[in-house]
Design a protein around this ligand. Structure first.
Ligand SMILES: Cc1cc2nc3c(=O)[nH]c(=O)nc-3n(C[C@H](O)[C@H](O)[C@H](O)COP(=O)(O)OP(=O)(O)OC[C@H]3O[C@@H](n4cnc5c(N)ncnc54)[C@H](O)[C@@H]3O)c2cc1C
Ligand code: SF4
Length: 485
């Protein structure tokens, strides 16, 4: 049978509601006052964008959420989405001193959300761009977190940034891929609107390589930033894969972001093949959209799953099943529709996992989602930039501090350059590349360990969003102050 939506409007909306609702002012105040405001705060080091966390929390504690948002957004232009999607337990909150003392960290992500929501809802703009422009133009390929981080920083440095995005909307996976109950797409679209207001130009619906040639970008722009992310999962290579209810987990999630929730077709019994965070997001959302049975099908053991523990826990709480050490052998169908999945026990043969003959069994499913890892975009990159250096995995080789590739005018960052990490890594890499481009074009370096908001440094960075890494290690501070004297 073809699949169809399982829930009505109210039930679908209730199931997909925010799993971490925003703090009330009272809750934010109580939580902010748990912070010890450490001088050499380890949480700052643990945040890839180096947000001055104690400083923004102090501002919340003293009734200044607008100031808090300024501190956040000046270091991380996607502070609102990162507040919702960052795996904080392995980043800032994992490094929090209060975690060691009380077993429960300060909820940095939720406080960050409180402050960024405050300015977003009131349409308060807290960032400035220089009145005098440099006249330099930079083409950004891809409007995901990396491209947005790069474009926003370039604009704050006085350059003109033009984002080319093949989808109808910018935001990348923030707009089309994040689990809905963590962040609905509107949050990402509001961030895009804020970046547009800073002066970034967006050309959406334009695919570079198809609608505009790379040669034209290289001719018309002073530098090019590549932030194209990754592609979908590879094929399973088994019989039945062409049936209509077999799809990429990413396409299923994209439907949740582009259709009313109660109109998204979902199976009654859904199998999700894979063991990463995408698989977990897919199985959880399938359950929340009304699948009676939704199972992770993974070829290794639970301990080998790359999905974060807290994500696995959420899926279990939502009633997902887990089938470990099994490989799909065939997708079964009847009348042109999926009816089940033939599985076999997996065993390592010559270093590779293979189905063990005679162990096959059938599980009844009517929808199969593939989440077996996103592919690198090596084919596109080689075709568009034949001289660009890629590593053995097919990701762009670049200087990690400046984002510069072996082609001097070409910079890169985000998933296509780091192989696939988190939103906060992509935005941080985009920002670093913007500074790399700034140094390449004008010979000016924007650097320094202390954010302007710390230590009374009122006139820290003259332009741009503060500094790379606000390290408060005393020797580095001494070095910094010697440098700015
Ligand atoms: C299902 C899923 C869930 C995730 N959940 C989380 C999470 O909860 N928390 C978290 O921190 N991270 C999460 N991530 C990871 C995170 O989304 C990525 O690390 C991040 O989006 C990478 O940003 P990016 O800009 O490098 O790439 P992308 O977000 O992929 O953006 C790349 C953009 O480039 C565009 N593009 C590609 N080719 C072209 C072209 N030729 N011309 C024009 N435009 C082009 C694409 O359309 C896209 O908009 C998740 C990833 C997936 C797949
Ligand atoms: S951006 Fe992410 S890692 Fe950095 S402070 Fe905010 S929630 Fe933590």
């Amino acid at each position: 049978m073809p699949i169809s939506p399982q829930l009505g409007q109210d039930a679908a909306a209730a199931n997909m509601a925010d799993i971490k609702p925003r703090y009330t002012p009272q809750e934010a105040l109580i939580e902010a006052n748990r912070c010890l405001f450490c001088f050499d705060a380890p949480c700052i080091q643990a945040c890839p964008t180096g947000i001055d966390i104690p400083s923004f929390i102090k501002k919340i504690a003293t009734g200044n959420p607008t100031g808090a948002a300024r501190t956040i957004l000046s270091a991380n232009i996607l502070g609102a989405s990162c507040a919702r999607v960052c795996p904080t337990s392995v980043l800032c909150e994992g490094a929090c001193v209060v975690l060691d003392r009380e077993g429960d960290p300060v909820k940095i992500g939720r406080l960050q959300r409180y402050a960024t929501d405050h300015v977003a809802e009131r349409k308060v703009s807290v960032l400035k761009t220089p009145a005098k422009k440099t006249g330099r133009r930079i083409a950004i390929i891809g409007g995901g977190p990396a491209g947005l981080g790069c474009a926003a920083e370039l604009t704050q440095l006085g350059h003109s940034a033009v984002v080319f995005e093949k989808q109808p909307q910018a935001g990348g996976l923030n707009t089309y891929g994040i689990a809905y109950y963590k962040m609905p797409p509107q949050v990402s679209l509001e961030e895009v609107a804020m970046i547009r207001q800073l002066g970034v130009e967006f050309r959406c619906g334009i695919e570079v390589g198809k609608d505009i040639a790379v040669a034209q970008l290289e001719k018309e722009f002073d530098a090019v930033f590549i932030g194209i992310g990754l592609a979908g999962s590879p094929r399973l290579g088994i019989a039945g894969e062409e049936l209509p209810e077999v799809m990429q987990a990413l396409d299923f999630i994209a439907q949740i972001h582009t259709r009313p929730l109660h109109e998204v077709p979902v199976g009654r019994r859904v199998a999700v093949i894979g063991g990463g965070n995408t698989a977990i997001d897919a199985v959880t959302q399938a359950r929340r959209l009304g699948a009676q049975d939704a199972a992770i099908v993974y070829r290794r053991a639970q301990a080998d799953m790359s999905a974060y523990d807290f994500e696995q826990e959420l899926a279990k709480r939502d009633g997902a099943r887990f089938l470990f050490n099994v490989v799909p052998v065939e997708i079964l169908g009847s009348d042109g529709h999926v009816t089940g999945l033939k599985l076999a026990r997996a065993e390592k043969v010559g270093g590779k996992l293979k189905p063990v003959p005679g162990t096959e069994f059938v599980e009844p499913f009517d929808m199969i989602l593939k989440a077996i890892g996103e592919q690198k975009q090596a084919g596109w990159l080689k075709q568009m930039f034949p001289a660009l250096e890629l590593d053995a995995r097919g990701v762009v080789v670049r200087d990690v501090d400046t984002g510069q590739t072996n082609l001097p005018k070409v910079f890169a960052g985000g998933d296509c350059a780091n192989g696939g990490r988190e939103v906060v890594n992509a935005v941080a890499e985009g920002k670093k590349a913007a500074r790399g481009i700034h140094a390449f074009l004008d010979g000016h370096k924007v650097s320094g360990p202390v954010q302007p908001s710390r230590l009374g440094v009122k006139d820290g960075a003259p332009v741009g969003s503060g500094f790379d890494r606000p390290i408060r290690v005393p020797e580095l501070e001494k070095e910094y102050f010697a440098q700015v004297k």
